[in-house]
Ligand binder design. Structure first.
Ligand code: HEC
Length: 123
């Protein structure tokens, strides 16, 4: 009985650490916006979508968008949020895999106003 309790407590502690680590790894929406879209014409997105980024740039952008998708939409429907994120990730992946034509599609998928109108809370 005592052994069982110790084992259970250890498992609970481990699960807690794992979810804490995963939570710490995920960037918030605001962090993704800054890292991917900050800098206007010099943003990571502009570089990658414009074909001027390296493969590492494209991989970094994809990782940011994968984090973005793990966040819940602060406003608007969860389905619409998922649909937008799925398309963004699909095109970012295509660029990582060397598909040059995905740049324009990624541009369209990351339309700032379209997503902000649907999901960004009014300040
Ligand atoms: C897939 C949806 C989506 C797309 C595409 C998107 N955004 Fe955002 N953005 C958001 C959401 C949601 C917020 C609000 C986050 C919050 O308030 O928690 C936001 C917030 C921001 C912020 C405010 C960050 C802060 O610290 O308050 C900036 C700046 C921003 N976006 C820039 C951009 C730019 C530039 C583009 C286009 C290149 C863009 N975003 C495209 C969803 C998106």
């Amino acid at each position: 009985m005592r052994k069982w309790i110790v084992a259970t407590a250890a498992t609970v502690a481990l699960v807690g650490v794992v979810s804490w680590v995963q939570g710490a790894e995920k960037k918030s929406i605001k962090e993704v916006m800054k890292a991917a879209h900050g800098g206007g014409a010099n943003s990571l997105l502009a570089k990658v979508a414009g074909g001027k980024g390296t493969k590492e740039d494209a991989e970094k952008l994809l990782a940011l968008y994968e984090d973005l998708a793990k966040n819940e939409a602060p406003r608007g429907s969860a389905e619409a949020w998922k649909a937008k994120n799925d398309e963004i990730i699909k095109q970012a992946k295509a660029i990582v895999n060397g598909d040059a034509s995905a740049g324009a599609k990624l541009r369209a998928a990351t339309n700032c106003m379209k997503c902000h109108n649907d999901h960004k809370p009014a300040d």
